[in-house]
Design a protein around this ligand. Structure first.
Ligand code: SF4
Length: 221
């Protein structure tokens, strides 16, 4: 039942919006950098910061590991909270070099649960960022949850207001096929839906999910 509802939502969103081509990034490492920089800012600002790094040919783990943090902060300034995000990038790189010799390939043999715990142990890497890295950069079967996801699921009565991150994640992971491409596209479509229609003040009359049972009063805390 829940699985069918989730599949119907996905199908309607995919038919309406089409493929979202996520995550926009040329390499695994660039996707990871983007996932860390996109916290609390919009993607246009992240693109400017990544363009600065690309121009300086710094989008490689070793080069970003070696650059001074002040210089890194200046380059990623367009992404906002740039000192904090420079520290977070450095924290990720310190972990990658101390635990995995600086090689993203070294992460391939680590089971997803363990790798997720390791990522969450890095200061400044939260659940959404860790799961974005796992799904979009490392092709792990894990569902990314964000405010848009929670809002749509709540308004369509698939979760309660007190559902936490892992419960929402489990809703998808327990009721859908374990498919990286499906999880990738589904999350991207929910973000698109949340930005265009399922905003704090929803535009249900124009929304592709309008014919499905929902309640507009609900807002995820
Ligand atoms: S805008 Fe309305 S119909 Fe669309 S997803 Fe949100 S609650 Fe559902």
């Amino acid at each position: 039942m829940v699985g069918e509802q989730l599949k119907t939502i996905y199908q309607r969103l995919f038919e309406y919006f089409g493929p979202q081509h996520w995550w926009p990034g040329r390499t695994q490492f660039e996707i990871i950098v983007g996932a860390i920089l996109t916290q609390n800012t919009n993607w246009t600002n992240v693109e400017k910061a990544i363009a600065n790094l690309r121009r300086r040919r710094l989008l490689e783990p070793l080069k970003l590991h070696e650059i001074e943090i002040e210089e890194l902060a200046a380059l990623i300034r367009p992404a906002g909270y740039y000192r904090l995000k420079a520290r977070r990038l450095k924290n990720f790189l310190d972990w990658l070099f101390e635990k995995h010799t600086g090689q993203l390939d070294g992460l391939n043999d680590i089971p997803t649960d363990l790798l997720r715990r390791q990522l969450l142990g890095i200061k400044g890497i939260g659940r959404e960022t860790a799961d974005s890295i796992l799904l979009y950069a490392l092709d792990r079967v894990i569902f990314v949850v964000d405010t848009y996801t929670a809002r749509v699921m709540l308004r369509h009565r698939l979760i309660d207001t007190d559902a936490d991150y892992e419960q929402i994640q489990d809703l998808f992971q327990s009721n859908l096929d374990e498919d990286v491409r499906l999880f990738n596209e589904y999350h991207a479509l929910l973000v698109r839906l949340g930005k265009q229609f399922c905003r704090p003040k929803p535009k249900c009359s124009e929304c592709p999910l309008n014919l499905l049972p929902h309640t507009i009063e609900a807002e995820y805390p």
